[in-house]
Design a protein around this ligand. Sequence first.
Ligand code: MF3
Ligand code: CO
Length: 249
Amino acid sequence: MIKLKNADEINWIRESGILLANTLKEVRKLITEGITTRELDQFAHNYIISHGGKPAFLGYFDYPASLCISINNEVIHGIPGKRKLRQGDIVGIDLGVILKGYYSDASFSQGIGNISEKRKRLLKVTEECLYRAIDQSLAGNRLRKISEAIYSHAKSNGYDVVRKFCGHGTGFELHEDPQVFNYINSGPNPRLKPGMVLAIEPMVNEGTFDVNILDDGWTVVTADGKDSAHFEHTIVILEHGCEILTKGF
Ligand code: MF3
Ligand code: CO
C-alpha cells in the first residue's frame, strides 16, 4: 500500500533530506585519493548524530555502516572498510537519514582525480537518467513513466540497467511501496499522486544488467566485471510538479 504524506509530514521529510544533503556535501569535500572508505563512513556517522539524526542503513538487516560505498564494478551496498580510493576510480556513495522518525535516501557517484572518458560518460548518462526520471514525476503520470525514462536513456546510450534492485517509496520507513523499477516490467503501475514520496535510483551498468553479491553478503557487483554508476534522490509529488527533498550535495 502506498502511504501518502501530508504537508506536515513532507516538512519533516524535507528536514531529513536537508540533513542528508548537508552530510553528503561534507563527505564530497573529503573525497580524495588515499582516503579510506571507513574514514568517510565515520565522518558521515558523526555528522548525522551531531545534528540530531540517525543513519538509516546502520543496523538495517544488520548492515554494519552508515554509508554504502561502491567502487568501479561495485553497483551498490559496498561496505566501508580499509580500502583506499585511488586516482581514476569511480565511487558511489549512498546514504539514508532518519530525522524525528522521518526517512530520506540519496546517493551520487563521482570520479577520483582524472578518470577516463568512458567513465565520465557513464557518470553523466546515469545522472541524466535520474533527472529525466524526476522530470516524469508528475501527478497523473503512471509510475512506469519513471522507469521508461531511466531505461530508454540508459539503453539508447549503449548501457543496461540493474533489475534485481530498484527505487522505492520512502518517508515513514526506509523502504515503502511502490517499487520504482529502472526497467520496464508488468508490475503494478499506479498513477502518481500528490503526497507520494519516492526514492528514485537508477543503477546503470556499462555492460549487461546481471549482478552478483559478494561473500560479505552485501556488496552487489556487475557479473561481467564492468563499471556501474548510481545516483539517487528522494522526491515528493506535488499538485504541480515535484520537489527534490535531498537537493544540495
Ligand atoms: N539506498 C539503498 C536502498 O535504497 C541502500 C539501503 S540498503 C542498506 O535500498 F541495507 F544498506 F541499508
Ligand atoms: Co534507496
